[in-house]
Design a protein around this ligand. Structure first.
Ligand code: Z5A
Length: 210
């Protein structure tokens, strides 16, 4: 039996981590084996790449360098964690995946999406999420939430224009693949965001059973 890959996406402060723990509880209560992971990261190699790519002390980084580092971490995660977990029948909740590269490095930094697609083919070996939950909210709203946390990573130092382009790229991807994406209003209270996500996940479970 093969598992399912569910990815959580959105701008900063959208509430992915909050939603992830609620979804995990829901799926485990339904008797499924759940694995939670994140990008960049999720493996020893990936976590070292994360520390490098998000370190504010790193200063300016070429867009291509940033993109390659994201995909280096992803290639490791796919081989070391995602493929084995899915093959063992686990349901994987992943905090960000390839859509984030199209949104941040494509939309935000202006890298040609055709170049990103080439790296996607190499790094993911055709692995696509079964469901992507896009937590959407106005940029200023998400930034206000994230700023409340204190420490700011290297990418969070970008201006509002960057994050508007990120949001636009995410929404364009959701429009292009409506069967895979579920766009959720992330400005709603946490319980409502979780309810909308559970509805989408349960539809996937029903599909998996039939
Ligand atoms: N990145 C990239 O550029 N390219 C790539 O390919 C990949 C990633 C994979 C790390 O991501 C960075 O890497 C990210 C994109 C880039 N950079 N930026 N910016 P990350 O996911 O680790 O970091 P993040 O985007 O900064 O996530 P976050 O700020 O930690 O947000 P979150 O997990 O979505 O939110 P949260 O921690 O659940 O909630 C934030 C706060 O809001 C917290 O106080 C909550 O209690 C509160 N909250 C949550 N939900 C609600 C609702 N519904 N109402 C009110 N308050 C809420």
């Amino acid at each position: 039996m093969s598992g399912r890959l569910i990815t959580l996406e959105g701008g900063e402060g959208a509430g992915k981590s909050t939603l992830l723990s609620g979804l995990r509880e829901h799926l485990e209560a339904a008797g499924l084996r759940v694995l939670c992971t994140r990008e960049p990261g999720g493996t020893a190699t990936g976590e070292r790449i994360r520390a490098l790519v998000l370190d504010p002390a790193q200063g300016a980084m070429a867009a291509e360098t940033e993109l390659l580092l994201m995909f280096a971490a992803r290639a490791q995660l796919v081989r070391e964690v995602l493929r084995p977990a899915l093959a063992a029948g686990q349901w994987v909740l992943c905090d960000r995946f390839t859509d984030a590269s199209y949104a941040y490095q494509g939309g935000g930094r202006g890298v040609d999406p055709a170049r990103i697609a080439e790296l996607e083919a190499l790094a993911t070996q055709g692995l696509k999420p079964d469901l992507t939950l896009l937590l959407d909210l106005p940029v200023h709203h998400g930034r206000a939430r994230a700023n409340g946390r204190g420490a700011v990573d290297r990418i969070e130092t970008e201006d509002d224009g960057f994050f508007q382009r990120v949001r636009g790229a995410y929404l364009a991807r959701a429009r292009a693949e409506p069967a895979r994406f579920r766009v959720i209003d992330a400005s709603a209270p946490p319980a409502e965001v979780l309810r909308a996500a559970i509805e989408a996940v349960d539809a996937l479970r029903d599909g998996a059973r039939s």
